[in-house]
Design a protein around this ligand. Structure first.
Ligand SMILES: *[C@@H]1O[C@H](CO)[C@@H](O)[C@H](O)[C@H]1NC(C)=O
Length: 356
């Protein structure tokens, strides 16, 4: 009997050790086996060219930690460099870690529109999961693509500053689509495209993030399918040295709806082209032609947005098709410095801002 108890105890102790002790992966070949553990440390992993760091097939409740420097081989391919799918997953970085994509190997100023085929960075399809404290440098093109439900993203740093002088383009920070209950908080993005591009989803909170160098914080339903963006709050963010501050851009000829979006307490600094812009004629190649009427923008609240646009830019532009702006509430808007004149249209009578 005593022996049996002892043996059982020993088994339990071993099982506990297996569960509690993280499995360290130094070589990507060890990853598949490490997925038996619920705590994986990726330490100084070099991901071979042309394959994804595959964080799918994890058990619910798994914690994956990045440690040391993570690097990727070079190949022209679509990526993603990292992918994950699952539920109850935590992905985080340890102190001092870096995920260094060395994007300059692909950058050619053309981003996703041509030139070299560039790998996207990180495809995320998760439920009930967290991504925290990641330190990312120099993504080749699009950053975090986020799909799923109940995802908390905090203290993620995307530093693509080098792309500004070395040909970075379309280096979006967070692309969110088909998503529900997403909170992105306390992140820092220095890049060359949207800081947030929200294509479709509901109950999205984007708060206390700093966006630098890029194209600002965008609500962007622009697909041909019916894109719905609703119940969104962008709060307490700063947009610095960027092309655009905040915007709602609905695609030319797109169909969908934008409903219940609030921007509150936003600081803009040195915006080059548009401080605040809401327009219904977005194309990948820029704003073109008359706004189209497929995407009503309802219950758009913009409150307490302040800061400066550079002289060659426009403070505020509203250019939507007649009747698309419904029940907007804009208040405490103090954006100035821009002198460029642009065409406005569809501004509701109760919105008292100087347009264009
Ligand atoms: C608007 O969205 C917020 C969440 O962003 C939500 O709390 C609120 O209930 C929504 N309002 C309506 C009228 O649905």
């Amino acid at each position: 009997m005593e022996r049996l108890v002892f043996a059982l105890g020993l088994c339990l102790a071993i099982i506990q050790t297996i569960i509690a002790n993280p499995v360290e992966v130094n070589n990507i070949n060890q990853l598949q086996n490490a997925k038996k553990s619920k705590h994986i440390i990726l330490k100084n992993v070099v991901v071979p060219a042309g394959v994804s760091l595959d964080l799918t097939g994890l058990q619910p409740g798994t914690v994956v930690e990045f440690d040391g420097v993570t690097k990727f081989g070079y190949k022209e391919w679509k990526g993603p460099l990292i992918k994950t799918q699952g539920s109850g997953i935590t992905i985080r970085g340890r102190n001092g870690h870096l995920i260094d994509c060395e994007g300059r190997r692909w950058w050619d100023g053309k981003g996703g529109n041509g030139g070299k085929t560039k790998p996207q960075f990180f495809h995320i399809v998760l439920t009930d999961s967290k991504i925290e404290h990641l330190n990312v440098k120099n993504i080749p093109v699009h950053g975090f693509a986020i799909n799923g439900k109940n995802i908390y993203i905090a203290y993620v740093r995307i530093d693509n500053l080098d792309g500004r002088t070395q040909g970075g383009h379309n280096t979006d920070g967070f692309d969110v689509a088909n998503a529900e209950n997403i909170r992105i908080t306390n992140c820092y993005v220095d890049n060359q495209d949207d800081c947030l591009a929200l294509n479709s989803g509901k109950n999205i909170l984007f708060e206390y993030n700093i966006c630098k160098g890029g194209h600002g914080i965008s609500i962007a339903p622009w697909g041909r399918s019916f894109d719905e963006v609703r119940d969104v709050r962008v709060i307490g963010c700063q947009v610095l040295d960027s092309r655009v501050g905040i915007r709602v851009k609905t695609g030319a000829d797109a169909r969908g709806i934008v409903k219940n979006v609030t921007y509150d307490n936003i600081v803009l600094q040195n915006i080059r082209v548009s401080g605040i812009i809401v327009h219904g004629n977005y194309r990948n190649t820029g704003q073109m032609g008359k706004p189209t009427a497929g995407v009503p923008i309802e219950d758009l609240t913009i409150n307490n947005v302040r800061g400066n646009v550079l002289k060659d830019g426009t403070n505020i532009q509203i250019y939507v098709a007649d009747g698309m702006a419904r029940n907007w509430k804009w208040s405490q808007i103090n954006v100035n410095g821009g002198t460029r004149k642009v065409e406005c249209g569809g501004k509701p009578n109760n919105v008292h801002v100087q347009c264009g």
